[in-house]
Design a protein around this ligand. Structure first.
Ligand SMILES: Nc1ncnc2c1ncn2[C@@H]1O[C@H](COP(=O)(O)OP(=O)(O)OP(=O)(O)O)[C@@H](O)[C@H]1O
Length: 247
């Protein structure tokens, strides 16, 4: 279970809070969708939960652990699939995965077999020895995903794992995440694909201007919004149509 209490973040020199007094509970076994317009605070929240940046105030625990007292345990417990490709372009897919797995202390025959197995499951078995710089966006996204799950995390955080990929890669990624979840992995993911989130998530939270503005199953949120048939209509009704450009 992830328990977040009164979490706030104001970046150095920023004139506004990117997260403000956010309370949220995510139960074990969920596929939780963190949705919101550009600049809403999704990446900021995921980055804090993964221990990549520190909150300005507030607390959170994952499985009862926090970074202050149990950093090493937490790092093993969670997996991170960042929005930007965290891959070395001039290494092969296999070398990248070997490197990232080693960072979690993985080694030996079972580890190597696990890399091969995951390359196979995600349709990359023919490309393990090819340099990542020659890969399509969809292939890079799939390698990025494998890099985050080789150590079998209990909780997996993914920041827009299906952005910029074709329907085939998207389906392979979502199907694989569903499989992981069925085996017990809690999934927290951000996305701008509201149709995908509607079908994929057990619960969603919409955040805007750093605050949680609604929470529930996709079905509940759609039922609550008069005239809405899909999550996208709920989303637009709650967050408005104004563009969210920032620089
Ligand atoms: N390193 C930073 N320094 C200052 N401000 C930042 C920094 N990173 C993000 N912000 C600001 O924090 C706010 C939330 O940004 P964040 O990236 O968390 O939003 P997001 O919901 O993930 O957006 P997107 O959908 O565009 O990825 C924005 O106003 C952004 O400009």
């Amino acid at each position: 279970m992830i328990q977040i209490e009164q979490l706030s973040k104001k970046y150095k020199n920023a004139d506004h809070f990117s997260l403000l007094d956010l309370d949220l509970k995510i139960s074990s076994g969920e596929i939780f969708g963190l949705l919101g317009p550009n600049g809403a605070g999704k990446t900021t929240l995921i980055s804090i939960l993964c221990g990549l940046i520190k909150p300005t105030s507030g607390t959170f625990t994952i499985d009862g652990l926090d970074f202050a007292s149990a950093k090493k345990k937490l790092k093993q417990l969670i997996g991170i699939v960042p929005q930007e490709y965290a891959l070395y372009p001039s290494l092969t897919a296999y070398e990248n995965l070997y490197y990232f797995g080693s960072m979690y202390g993985l080694k030996g025959k079972i580890f190597k077999e696990s890399i091969d197995k995951h390359l196979d499951i995600l349709g990359l078995h023919k490309f393990g020895d090819k340099k990542v710089k020659s890969f399509s966006g969809g292939m890079k996204r799939r390698v990025n995903l494998i890099a985050g799950i080789l150590h079998q995390p209990k909780v997996l955080f993914l920041d827009e794992p299906t952005v910029g990929v074709d329907v085939q890669s998207k389906t392979a990624i979502i199907d694989y995440l569903r499989e992981l979840n069925a085996k017990g992995t809690t999934i927290v993911y951000t996305s701008h694909h509201l149709n995908e989130a509607e079908l994929f998530c057990t619960n969603v939270g919409i955040i805007d201007h750093g605050q949680l503005i609604c929470l529930g199953t996709p079905k509940e949120l759609i039922q609550k919004e008069e005239g809405a048939k899909h999550l996208e209509e709920v989303f637009l009704s709650l967050t408005g149509k104004a563009l969210r450009d920032y620089a």
